[in-house]
Design a protein around this ligand. Structure first.
Ligand code: GCB
Length: 675
C-alpha cells in the first residue's frame, strides 16, 4: 500500500489530490526498452482500440473520481458515461463545449476478454498505451498498474498478475491535461478568485505554444504477449565505408527473464539474422552485442538521393535459454532497420553525400479526431508529401506516432524528431524540476526512435527563450544527454532568439532557426524579404560556422481569400512570400561553403489552436487546408520541391554514370594489360 500525494497545479489554489493506491504489480515504464508491439512466432498482439466509456470529473476540485475511487467499479455506476473513441482526442467528439474546453481528469473505461491460452507458466502479458495526454493513471480490474507523465510517448507494464484469464477484464484510464510551468509543454492555470466580475471558481488554462492542447488517449492501447524470457531492447547503428562497398551493422540486444531474475547473460542464447527486403539471409551472428558485415549493402536513401529510396533490412533476433543439448528459442522479434550514416561538417550529409532538406513543419492535427491516430489521415498525409516532392518533416512540436515513423523509414522521408518542449518562454521554465523531466522525455524519445533510419537529428525544443541566461546551461545539459544516449545523430533545438542574443546555439550541431519574414517581420512587405532574409541567415552561419536550416517560414493564407496585388491572408500573398524566399534560398544553398542546409515551410496544413484574436479558426499557414485540400501556394511549392528532388536524382545519375565509366575504364585497362 502506498500513499500517493498528487499535486497537479502550481499556485495558491492548486488541486491537491490524495489517493491511497494499492500497488501490487511493479510499475515499469522504463526508458530501457519499449519495442513496438509486433507479432511473431512467440508474440501476440491484441488491439483494444474502439468505443470506450467516458466521463469528465466536473467537480470543482476535479478530485471526486479519486475520493470515490471510480476505478474500483464500473464507470457507469459512478455517474453518466458517454461513448468515446480510442484513439482520439476527446475535445471535438461531442457537441458539448465543456468537454471541448475541459481541464482536469477525464476517465475512460473499456472491457476486454483475456484468453485462457495466455494463462500458462511461460507467457507474460503486457499492457501498452501508445500515448495519452498529459498525465495518465491506469487501473486493471481495480488495481493500479501504471502512471505516466507526458503525452506523445508510449508506456507499458507487465499485467500478467492482474489479469482475469478466461474472463472479462475492466481497464480504467484517467487522463489529466493540466499543464504547469514544469510540464512539457508548460502551461499555467489562472484562477480568478477574488475578482467579483468573474463567475465564482472560474479558471482558465493558458499556454504559450501555438496549437490546441488536445487531450485524451491519442494512440492505440494494446495488449501483447511475450515469453517470460523475452527480448527487452534492441539498439542498432551502422557504419558504411566511403565507397559504399561495405557496411557494418552494430547491435545490442537486452534479454530479460522474469522467471529467473538475476540469471547471468551467459546462460542465454541470442542469434541475430539479417535479412534483405526479399527475406533472403544476408549474414548472421550470435551474442548479446556485436556486429554484422554487409558487403555491397543496399543503403537507406531518402527521397531524391537515389532511385531506390527507403531500403530496409530485417534484423531477426532469436533469444533463448541454453538447453542441455541445444539452445531453446523462446522469443523472436523482427526489427526493420536501414543502413545509413548521418554526419555534419560544413553541411549535413547522409551516407557521406550532402543532403538538402526540402520539407514541411507538421502537426498531428485532424478534424474531429484532434491528435488521435487515424490510418486514413496518416496515409493521406504521406501521399501529399509525395505529391509535394518533400523529402523531410519535423515532428513539430512533439514525438509523432510510431506508425508514422515506420512509414517515414519505408518512404524515405527524413525526420527531425522533436521533444514536446515548446512554449518555454519564461525563466521559471528553466529550473531543475523541468530539467529532470526533460531528460526523462529525451530518454523515452531516443529509446523509442533510435532504430529508425529516417530519424537524422534530435530536436530537444522549439523556440525556447534561449536569450535568458539559465537557458545556456539548461540546453547544454539536454543536448549532451541526447548525444550521450545516441552518439550517432546530431542534436539541435529550434531557435527564434536573435543571432546576437541567443545563448544556447553554441551547443547545437546544426543551427535551426525560425523566421517569418514578410509576416511577423515586415508584415505586408514582400519587397524586403530577399535582402533581410539573406542577411539574417548569413549572420547565423558566420556566427556559428555550422550548417543552417531555415526551419519555419511562411504566412497566413485563408483558402478562398484572393487579391491582386496580394494582401496578407490571401493565397496570392503566400505565393509572393514563397517566391521571395525561394530566390533567397537558391542564393544561399549552393557554392563551395553553402549557408543553407535546408528549408521547411510552416505549415503542411491548417491546424487548431487556442482561441485568440490573431487566430481565425486556427492557424492558417497551411499549404493544405485542414481537410487536406491544396491552396494555390501548394502548387508553387510543389513545383520547387519536385524540381529539387528530380535535380538530386539527376545529380545522382550523373555520379552513377561516372562510376560506370570509371569501372569500364578499369576493366579496359586490365584487359589491355593482360594482352
Ligand atoms: C512559430 C512556432 C509555431 C507557430 C508559428 C506561427 O514560430 O514555432 O508553433 O505555429 O510560429 O504560425 O506563429
Amino acid at each position: 500500500i502506498s500513499l500517493t500525494l498528487y499535486r497537479l497545479h502550481a499556485g495558491a489554489h492548486c488541486f491537491l489530490f490524495i489517493s491511497i493506491i494499492a500497488i501490487v504489480c511493479v510499475i515499469i515504464h522504463s526508458a530501457n526498452g519499449i519495442l513496438y508491439p509486433m507479432e511473431s512466432e512467440s508474440r501476440q498482439v491484441k488491439d483494444l482500440s474502439g468505443r470506450w466509456r467516458f466521463r469528465t470529473d466536473n467537480s470543482s476540485g476535479r478530485d471526486t473520481g479519486f475520493q470515490e475511487r471510480w476505478w474500483e467499479r464500473r464507470l457507469a455506476e459512478t455517474g453518466h458515461v458517454i461513448d468515446m473513441p480510442v484513439p482520439a482526442s476527446y475535445n471535438d467528439i461531442t457537441q458539448d463545449k465543456s468537454i471541448r474546453d475541459f481541464v482536469g481528469w477525464a476517465w475512460y473505461e473499456t472491457t476486454f476478454f483475456a484468453p485462457n491460452a495466455w494463462n500458462n507458466e511461460v507467457t507474460n502479458v503486457w499492457l501498452r498505451v501508445g500515448s495519452a495526454h498529459y498525465y495518465a493513471m491506469v487501473w486493471l480490474n481495480g488495481e493500479q498498474v501504471m502512471e505516466h507523465e507526458g503525452g506523445h510517448l508510449p508506456f507499458e507494464c507487465d499485467v500478467t498478475m492482474s489479469l482475469n484469464f478466461g474472463a472479462t477484464n475492466r481497464l480504467t484510464i484517467a487522463v489529466n491535461n493540466t499543464l504547469t510551468p514544469n510540464t512539457l509543454p508548460p502551461g499555467e492555470i489562472n484562477h480568478y478568485n477574488g475578482k467579483d466580475d468573474y463567475p465564482a471558481g472560474y479558471f482558465t488554462q493558458e499556454y504559450e505554444f501555438d496549437f490546441f492542447n488536445y487531450a485524451g488517449i491519442h494512440r492505440p492501447v494494446k495488449l501483447y504477449t511475450t515469453p517470460r524470457l523475452r527480448i527487452g531492447e534492441i539498439v542498432t547503428s551502422s557504419d558504411v565505408t566511403a565507397d559504399h562497398a561495405s557496411a557494418t551493422v552494430h547491435y545490442q540486444v537486452t534479454v530479460t527473464d522474469s522467471s529467473r531474475v538475476g540469471q547471468e547473460m551467459a546462460s542465454y542464447n541470442i542469434t541475430v539474422v539479417l535479412e534483405d527486403s526479399t527475406g533472403a539471409i544476408v549474414n548472421k551472428t550470435s551474442g548479446g552485442s556485436g556486429s554484422i558485415t554487409v558487403t555491397q549493402p543496399m543503403l537507406w536513401w531518402p527521397v531524391g538521393m537515389h532511385d531506390q529510396v527507403g531500403y530496409l533490412y530485417t534484423m531477426v533476433v532469436y533469444a533463448g535459454r541454453l538447453g542441455l543439448s541445444a539452445p531453446i528459442t523462446t522469443d523472436v522479434y523482427r526489427l526493420k532497420i536501414g543502413i545509413r550514416t548521418v554526419t555534419v561538417d560544413q553541411t549535413l550529409k547522409i551516407n557521406g553525400r550532402p543532403f538538402y532538406v526540402i520539407g514541411v513543419g507538421k502537426h498531428e492535427d485532424w478534424d474531429v479526431r484532434g491528435k488521435g491516430f487515424d490510418w486514413s489521415m496518416v496515409v493521406k498525409d504521406f501521399n501529399l508529401l509525395d505529391w509535394l516532392g518533400a523529402n523531410a518533416f519535423r515532428t513539430s512540436h512533439y514525438p509523432y506516432a510510431e506508425e508514422i515513423m515506420q512509414m517515414c523509414d519505408e518512404r524515405g522521408i527524413v525526420v527531425i524528431d522533436e521533444c514536446p518542449a515548446v512554449g518555454m518562454r519564461s525563466a521559471n521554465n528553466f529550473v531543475n524540476k523541468t530539467l529532470s523531466h526533460h531528460l526523462n522525455v529525451i530518454g523515452e524519445l531516443v529509446t523509442r526512435d533510435r532504430n529508425h533510419p529516417s530519424v537524422i537529428m534530435w530536436s530537444v525544443a522549439n523556440e525556447p527563450s534561449s536569450q535568458l541566461p539559465p537557458a545556456a546551461q539548461y540546453f547544454k545539459t539536454v543536448l549532451d544527454r541526447a548525444r550521450e544516449l545516441d552518439p550517432t545523430r546530431p542534436a539541435t533545438f529550434v531557435c527564434n532568439a536573435g543571432y546576437d542574443s541567443d545563448l544556447a546555439t553554441p551547443y547545437v550541431d546544426v543551427v535551426c532557426v525560425n523566421k517569418y519574414e514578410g509576416w511577423y517581420d515586415d508584415p505586408g512587405h514582400v519587397e524586403v524579404i530577399q535582402k533581410r532574409l539573406s542577411y539574417f541567415l548569413t549572420q547565423w552561419h558566420e556566427k556559428r560556422s555550422k550548417p543552417v536550416i531555415h526551419m519555419e517560414w511562411g504566412a497566413g493564407a485563408i483558402a478562398g481569400f484572393h487579391s491582386d496585388p496580394s494582401l496578407m491572408y490571401t493565397e496570392e500573398y503566400l505565393c509572393d512570400v514563397m517566391r521571395e524566399h525561394f530566390a533567397t534560398f537558391d542564393s544561399l544553398r549552393t557554392g563551395s561553403n553553402p549557408v543553407l542546409a535546408g528549408e521547411m515551410i510552416w505549415n503542411f496544413a491548417d491546424f487548431a489552436t487556442a482561441q485568440a484574436t490573431t487566430r481565425a479558426y486556427g492557424n492558417r499557414k497551411g499549404i493544405f487546408t485542414r481537410q487536406r485540400q491544396p491552396k494555390s501556394p501548394a502548387f508553387v511549392i510543389r513545383d520547387r520541391y519536385r524540381a529539387l528532388r528530380n535535380q538530386s536524382v539527376a545529380e545522382r545519375q550523373t555520379e552513377l554514370d561516372l562510376i560506370g565509366k570509371h569501372w569500364w575504364r578499369e576493366v579496359r585497362e586490365n584487359w589491355d594489360r593482360s594482352l
